[in-house]
Design a binder for this molecule. Structure first.
Ligand SMILES: *Cc1c(COP(=O)(O)O)cnc(C)c1O
Length: 389
């Protein structure tokens, strides 16, 4: 492959070498089944999984028995929403979520709606923020669950989830937060947040793909129905032979995050700010999302007159995104991101919107180079009047 600058870390991240190294023996010689603890092979795998579980738990200050391994954040979101709804429908059929959630929340809610649940989808303002007053007034006697993501995967807006969790707790409503984008950068303290459920994804934090986790708060003792039944793994919540190498890698990724979260946050947000300030000098550029409460690696901008697909084509060795990788396929949602729509962008504005996701391996040199490439191309497109409308 040609040399490229990867600025698409919201879509997925490169696996950290330290993670890969720890995984390798479990892809080769340590291939035991962790459910088969009678064999030496099985025990080695079991112990590795439990060490990884400790590390994941530690990242979010949880107990090991509060961690369920899944195949990805999408599965965690499905498990928590469907599993909780199924188990609690006698208490109520009302669920509250937000217009800018990931499709693995919104599509599940749509399905639950078809089964007779009632879903309230909170709107956001142009910065992607929900209104706490609106949230409070949306809660009903029959509300069983509220799901609000910790930070948005397109515009980076960070929600006040501790506050929301408290509101829910006071009303005895379960609260779930999808923290898929946050593991590598933000403190996710399950004790302080006091959410009922938290979703994590390994491949968004320099771990391997194919593994995620759901935190289930022991103190809230929520009841959820498993969605994958069989051999009874993961405390009967998620059957199927565990993906040992991926789980080992995820554990390592969490351990690294614990140690490097803070320094990565500072370094990456500095680079992001530098890139943002340089690009703003081009004029007629708006930043999408919240400036202050934003993921440190997120830069989402609309560049007036520039078609994002044209720009992407012209800057071949720059990797960024013109839209969320996990767009809803539902035609009724339109052809552009439901997140950009929710913050009030029209189709033309959405088409001139690009998302950069910096990451742990982004260097200063790469950012300087990316700025130069973008400046040249944007000026070029503007000068040659290749602009839209
Ligand atoms: C990427 C992402 C997901 C889906 O994660 P997978 O592990 O790929 O299934 C869910 N929610 C958010 C906010 C994401 O960014």
């Amino acid at each position: 492959m040609d040399k490229f600058i990867y600025l698409d870390n919201h879509a997925t991240t490169k696996i950290d070498e330290r993670v890969l190294e720890l995984m390798m023996p479990f892809l080769k010689d340590n291939y035991g089944n962790p459910s088969n603890r009678d064999s030496r092979f099985g025990r080695i795998a079991f112990e590795a999984v439990e060490i990884a579980r400790q590390k994941v738990a530690k990242l979010i200050n949880a107990q090991i028995e509060e961690i369920i391994f899944t195949s990805c954040a999408t599965e965690s979101n499905n498990l928590v929403l469907k599993g909780f709804a199924e188990n609690n429908f006698k208490k109520g059929k009302h669920i509250v979520t937000v217009a800018t959630e990931h499709s693995s929340i919104l599509e599940v809610c749509k399905k639950l709606e078809s089964f007779g649940f009632e879903i309230t989808i909170l709107n956001v303002d142009k910065f992607g923020r929900i209104s706490i007053e609106e949230l409070v007034s949306s809660l009903r006697k029959d509300t069983i669950l509220v799901s609000v993501m910790m930070a948005n995967n397109e515009i980076g807006t960070i929600h006040p989830i501790k506050k929301i969790a408290k509101i829910c707790r006071d009303k005895n409503i379960a609260f779930h937060t999808d923290a898929s984008q946050c593991g590598a950068y933000l403190e996710i303290n399950s004790k302080i947040i006091d959410a009922t459920f938290i979703t994590l994804s390994s491949h968004k934090m320099y771990g391997p793909k194919g593994v995620g986790a759901l935190f289930v708060n022991k103190n809230h003792s929520p009841k959820i129905n498993s969605q994958i039944d069989g051999g009874g793994q993961e405390n009967k919540m998620r059957s199927g032979t565990l993906n040992v190498p991926a789980i080992v890698g995820f554990g390592k990724a969490c351990e690294i995050a614990i140690n490097e979260q803070q320094s990565d946050f500072e370094r990456i947000s500095n680079l992001r700010n530098q890139m943002q300030n340089e690009l703003l000098k081009l004029g007629e550029i708006t930043i999408n999302g919240e400036i202050e409460n934003r993921l440190p690696n997120n830069l989402n901008i609309s560049i007036e007159g520039i078609q994002n697909t044209t720009l992407l084509k012209n800057v071949k060795n720059l990797v960024f995104s013109t839209n969320s990788a996990c767009l809803s396929t539902d035609i009724s949602m339109g052809k552009f991101s439901h997140i950009l729509r929710a913050i009030g962008l029209n189709e033309t504005e959405a088409k001139s919107t690009i998302r950069f996701g910096l990451g742990r391996f982004t260097t200063k040199e790469e950012i300087f180079e990316a700025i130069e490439i973008l400046k040249t191309e944007i000026n070029n497109i503007r000068k040659n009047n290749l602009v839209i409308n």
